[in-house]
Design a protein around this ligand. Structure first.
Ligand SMILES: Cc1ncc(COP(=O)(O)O)c(C=O)c1O
Length: 371
């Protein structure tokens, strides 16, 4: 691991954090186990009460016949798409150019399964019905990611989802949901998880993002699909002899946070509004549709970093631990609202944003005039 940046170091020392659920230390696991009966029997290669109860609970929450726990979403989704390709006899799937499978999985789908990918829509927008209608023939499955993380967590409308789902069903194309952050978008749609999932043949949900568990994923769908996915899970080495540390923590944090998504969504809009009122800063989307958004800054990383350091030092609020360079004139960072925000006194939040705005204007408004 490289040395922590100055921003990371100062962020780590701040008393409050604007986003997320808190430090990912081993206490997260300890807390989930605090009240657990030590006599509980461990799961064993995918069987046993702990894993089976949790899988049933998630299947019914997602409105699907069955569900299976996977150590990672990466594993779960490659397998889901492989099953749909085998069913159709066509090794081709379609998804967004910035899908996790396309940019973060070292081409697992192509290398391990020789599945061809069709990229829908351009990088800066979400997939629309016309993208699906105009795609080339022979696609076995379309994957939709809700929300589309790499573009700030944007979402298609619920009507668009319905239309895509209807089109896929009529044209014998399976629809898979990358719902890594599914719970986080439910307040915006005003729907239950089951209502959203009903439009999809298979669904993946992450257990460590908005839910805040240690790691892991749920894959849900019809019985036959889940049976096949269990065989693939074994082939992948995903059938760890015991998965209970992940399952017990996922279950604990699911119960603790599933009902808080509305709060995170509200706070996300509130905080995005504050960023948007600062000089040279705007959020993507302008008004968030989930607990996440990107903060774009029209100045270089080198220009912005000292300002963030000063605001974090003076107010004790960690706004971000990192900045990503877009080009020499702009940078951005990602925000996921979680439990941390409500612990910050409101007047301190206001002070931090006032200070951020002032410092941006003081240090950078002249720079912009010269361009
Ligand atoms: C949208 C999306 N899909 C899939 C994954 C993969 O999940 P995992 O880290 O459990 O493999 C991630 C992880 O960041 C993600 O953001």
């Amino acid at each position: 691991m490289g040395e922590a940046s100055q921003l990371q170091k100062v962020y780590n020392q701040t008393k409050y954090k604007l986003a997320n659920h808190g430090v990912r230390n081993i206490q997260v696991l300890q807390k989930a186990f605090e009240k657990k009966n030590g006599e509980l029997e461990s799961d064993l290669y995918g069987t046993g009460q702990i894993i089976e109860d949790f899988q049933s609970k998630m299947a019914s929450y997602l409105g699907k016949e069955d569900a299976v726990f996977f150590p990672s979403g990466t594993m779960a989704q490659q397998i889901a798409l492989r099953i749909w390709c085998d069913e159709k006899g066509d090794k081709k799937v379609a998804y967004h150019p910035l899908s996790h499978l396309e940019i973060h999985e070292e081409d697992g789908l192509k290398e391990l399964h020789h599945i061809e990918t069709v990229l829908l829509a351009d990088r800066n927008r979400v997939i629309d019905l016309s993208d699906v209608m105009n795609m080339e023939n022979g696609v076995a499955a379309v994957l939709l990611e809700l929300p589309q993380r790499e573009i700030g967590g944007q979402l298609p409308s619920f009507e668009t989802l319905r239309d895509i789902s209807k089109y896929c069903r009529e044209n014998n194309i399976r629809l898979h949901l990358d719902g890594a952050r599914l719970l986080e978008v439910l307040p915006y749609y005003g729907k239950t998880a089951a209502e959203v999932c009903a439009m999809f043949d298979s669904v993946y949900v992450s257990l460590y993002k908005g839910i805040g568990g240690i790691a892991g994923a749920i894959l849900a769908g019809a019985q036959d699909f889940i049976n096949q996915s269990k065989v693939w899970k074994r082939r992948y080495g995903g059938d760890l002899i015991s998965l209970y540390p992940y399952i017990i923590s996922a279950d604990y944090y699911f119960d603790m946070r599933a009902h808080k998504m509305e709060q995170y969504f509200r706070e996300s809009k509130e905080v995005a509004d504050q960023f948007n009122s600062c000089y040279g800063i705007s959020t993507l989307p302008a008004v968030p549709v989930s607990n996440m958004f990107h903060v774009h800054i029209e100045f270089s990383k080198e220009q912005v970093e000292p300002i963030l350091l000063e605001v974090e030092r003076q107010t004790g609020i960690g706004l971000t631990s990192h900045l990503k360079e877009i080009n020499k004139q702009s940078c951005y960072f990602e925000v996921h609202m979680g439990d941390m925000y409500s612990e910050i006194p409101k007047e301190l939040v206001t002070r931090a944003f006032d200070l951020l705005n002032q410092q941006m204007k003081r240090d950078l408004s002249n720079e912009a005039d010269y361009e």
